[in-house]
Write a protein of this length. Sequence first.
Length: 305
Amino acid sequence: MFAGIYPVSGEDYPLLRDALEKLHLNDASFTYEPESSVALGFGFRCGFLGLLHMEIVQERLEREFTLDLIASAPSVGYHVHLTHERGMVEVDNPAKLPPVVDIESIDEPWVKLSVVTPSAYIGALMELSTNRRGEFMTMEYLDPTRVVLHFEMPLAELIVDYFDQLKSRSQGYASMDYEELGYRSANLAKIDILVNGEPVDALSLIVHRDRAQSTGRALVERLKQLIPRQMFEIPIQATIGSNVVARETVRAMRKNVLAKCYGGDITRKRKLLEKQKEGKQRMKRVGSVEIPQEAFLAMLRMDEA
C-alpha cells in the first residue's frame, strides 16, 4: 500500500528526506520517492507492507527525528487502461489518475482472505466482509467451536480499518490472513474534494461507483466538522469529474458591526452592514483556508462516523 508523507513545515523537507534515507537502510521493505501536492507542498510517496507498517514508520519519523508530519490516506496500486490504444499505466496515487475522458477501464488488486473465528461471530464477520465488497467462497469447521471463512476481496477494502473492525466484532478472538490474487476490472470512480473552490489533491480517493455518492457525502460532512470557521463561507464539495455529488458549507463567523452603533439613523446601520458584506466578498476571493491534519485522517475513519 502507498501513502503520502509531508512535513507540516516546508522547511523540514530536507530533514524528512534524510530521515527517510536513514530509515530505509534499516527497513528494505519500505520505499519512497519524491512527490509534490498542491495542498501540502513537497513530500514523499511511500510504500508500506500494510497500515500497521505505515503507522510504525510515521511514529519513528516523528519520535527519532523530531518531525511534525501529515500522512495522506493510504491507497493501493491500480492498473489504468487508457483509450485510443495508449496502453496501461500503474497508478498508486488517486491524485495522479488520468482525466476521465482518457480512461477506458481500471483494474484493482484482489486478495484471497481467510478469517479464523469462533462460530458465534460468523454472522457479524460475514456482514463485515460482504459490506467491503468481499465475495464469500467457502466455510470449514476446524472443531465444533471454530470456523475458517474464505473470501475474495479488493485489497483497497482490506487495508483501511478492516482488521480493527474484525477484532471489534469478534471481541478480539478472530484472526486473518490473506494472499494476492492479481488484478480484476472494476467499476471505480475518483472522488475529488474541493475546499473553497480549490481542489485538495491529497484528499482524492478511488471508490466503487456504487458507493461514490454516499462516500463523498460522508466525507464532506466530516470535513465540515473539522475545518475551522472563517470570516467568510467555505464551500466543501465532492466531485466525480465535473459532477458535484455532495456539498456542505462551513458557515462564516459573524462579527456584530452594529455593537457600538447605538440609536441614530437606520441608514448608518445599513451602510455598516453593506461595508461588512463587501469586505466578506473580498475575503472570499483572496482568503486561504487552513486544513487541519485531522481532515486528512478523516478518510481512515469513515466507518466510525
